[in-house]
Design a binder for this molecule. Structure first.
Ligand SMILES: NC(=O)C1=CN([C@@H]2O[C@H](COP(=O)(O)OP(=O)(O)OC[C@H]3O[C@@H](n4cnc5c(N)ncnc54)[C@H](OP(=O)(O)O)[C@@H]3O)[C@@H](O)[C@H]2O)[C@@H](O)CC1
Ligand SMILES: [K+]
Length: 514
């Protein structure tokens, strides 16, 4: 796991370091610029000095651009630098670096058409985007329209027939907090960020235009000498499971828990079987499907290692839960809303580790507080965006505000629900009521596009229930579950269907060294 920051957190860390006298803003800017130049050499080892077009904006992102221009020039690059805005109004450190640059070469006043034409004519070299970084909270100004269009056109050319595009910190126009394209955003092959990556590098708001995860390219982070202590309320990027998923040699099946997956009626049992199979593959010692009597024959025909029991209603679920060995529940996949309304209260009464997904969430769309009043701290809610909207309509609405991120929405939802919320998507956020949050980003180089397939969410619910049956805490089970789910999809690759996901878990475990 690695820490990722919001723009406000990053600003706070910088300001504190500067105020303490440990470092000056000018030193940070120099290190930032030098870091970008070093990362360019690492990411593009075949790139030899030719022409670099450096685009500088009116803030400190532009200040980094002047440093980069100076350092690239020292390495033999021919520099064409354009400045958006009035040099007299640059913030002090950026102004200092602007003035230093003028001893080497000119800063051309911004000319959108000229820049657009120039970029369009480039077949090699480098474009450095130092227009806006973490300070941008509104759409790109109209003076960048042609530049943005020219960059867009470059994106569709093969890399060998165009310049490399490098974003200083984050592509201009992408919100560092939400990943939203604020309007007219640029894109990059490489984004070089400072101290820590920002939320917006990995978040990808639904729909078009493309946002952070799609536009940032490869994300590199350089150390600029700021204190390494974790920020309060920091968010962790889930790079692999944070817990050891192996089993000890001495264990027996009862030591690995018993997961109960509640199934819907006849003809609706596939989703529960997918979840149950995933719970078993992820290592639950025993897994039972509890189904209404008419669905028993169908399940029996398809199950071997998974056990089966008839369960008509919530009353009988309370009875079943007298068996304290049943330590994790999974409700929702294929459950049907009326059965969910009956079973969810009984399941929550049992105070087991519980995953509520799909119908177990939608069944409370009319009255979300009715659900929230029954939740407890061993529950994980796993909504996709549509289910999230039904339970948290106000938070979902706020997500249309460009700077409001999925991380904040999931945190607010977890606080309201009083349990862990895993908000699904290519960018999956896991949050708990204390404000702890993690982001699993199956985006960019980590993408798992074949995961968008019927039944995939049922498997995720089963994986999380299985991990909780094994004794992992809800937050860890959810975060590790999201990782395992995407890793299984990547391990299978194209052609994946939901049935394949549980079957890939053994390979994923082997790759983890278990
Ligand atoms: N602080 C440090 O120590 C370090 C910072 N570093 C670097 O600084 C970057 C953050 O710098 P930043 O905070 O100055 O913000 P930045 O992204 O340059 O843009 C804000 C400027 O744009 C302006 N503006 C906004 N929207 C606009 C619009 N639509 N049209 C026109 N103008 C608009 C806005 O004006 P205002 O909103 O005040 O009107 C303001 O002037 C960060 O990403 C990293 O690269 C590194 O060097 C490490 C050390
Ligand atoms: K930028």
């Amino acid at each position: 796991m690695s820490e990722i920051l919001s723009s406000a957190q990053m600003r706070g860390i910088e300001q504190q370091a500067i105020a303490s006298g440990a470092v000056t803003g000018l030193e940070l800017m120099e290190r930032a610029g030098a870091g970008v130049v070093a990362q360019i050499a690492t990411a593009f080892p075949d790139l030899s000095p030719s022409t670099a077009v450096i685009l500088c904006g009116p803030g400190n992102n532009g200040g980094d651009g002047f440093v980069i221009a100076r350092l690239l020039h020292q390495r033999g690059w021919a520099i064409a630098l354009y400045l958006l805005g009035d040099p007299a109004r640059l913030p002090p450190d950026a102004r200092t670096n602007h003035d230093r640059w003028l001893k080497t070469g000119p800063a051309h006043p911004w000319d959108d058409r000229q820049i657009g034409d120039r970029l369009g004519a480039m077949t090699s070299g480098l474009v450095v985007d130092g227009v806006f970084g973490t300070g941008l909270t509104r759409p790109m100004p109209p003076e960048t329209t042609h530049t943005s269009q020219a960059l867009d056109a470059l994106r569709h050319r093969t890399p060998s027939a165009r310049p490399r595009v490098v974003a200083v910190d984050i592509p201009s126009g992408i919100s560092a907090d939400s990943g939203a394209n604020l309007g007219g955003a640029f894109w990059a092959d490489l984004s070089v960020s400072f101290h820590r990556a920002k939320w917006g590098h990995y978040l990808e708001p639904a729909g078009l235009p493309e946002g952070g995860a799609a536009c940032c390219g490869q994300v590199a982070v350089v150390d600029i000498g700021l204190p390494q202590d974790p920020a309060p309320d920091s968010v962790q990027l889930v790079a692999r499971p944070a817990v050891f998923l192996g089993k000890s040699a001495q264990g027996h099946k009862y030591g690995h828990g018993h997961a109960l997956v509640l199934s819907g009626g006849a003809g609706k049992g596939g989703a529960a079987r997918l979840a149950a199979r995933a719970a078993l593959r992820v290592g639950a010692g025993l897994v039972t499907i509890a189904a209404p009597q008419p669905a028993i024959a169908e399940h029996a025909a398809q199950l071997n290692a998974i056990m089966l029991t008839a369960l008509p209603d919530g009353y009988s679920l309370r009875g079943l839960l007298q068996d304290t060995r049943l330590n994790a529940l999974c409700l929702g996949p294929g459950l049907g809303q009326s059965r969910a309304q009956d079973l969810v209260p009984a399941a929550l009464w049992g105070r087991r580790a519980t995953v509520l997904d799909a119908d177990a969430l939608s069944a409370f769309a009319e009255d979300p507080p009715l659900l929230f009043g029954q939740l407890h701290d061993k529950v994980v809610l796993t909504p996709h965006m549509g289910e999230f909207r039904r339970l948290f309509p106000d938070l979902s609405e706020r997500l249309h505000t460009p700077a409001y991120s999925k991380i904040e929405a999931a945190r607010a939802a977890a606080a309201r629900a009083g349990c862990v919320v895993l908000l699904k998507g290519p960018d999956t956020v896991i949050a708990d009521p204390s404000g702890r949050a993690a982001l699993h980003a199956a985006t960019g180089a980590n993408a798992a596009p074949w995961l968008a397939t019927a039944g995939s969410g049922d498997v995720l619910a089963g994986i999380i229930a299985g991990l909780m049956a094994r004794g992992f805490a809800p937050f860890e089970a959810a975060a590790s579950g999201a990782w395992l789910h995407a890793a299984a999809a990547r391990a299978f690759g194209p052609g994946l269907i939901a049935e394949d996901l549980p079957e890939m878990l053994p390979q994923v475990f082997r790759d983890l060294g278990l």
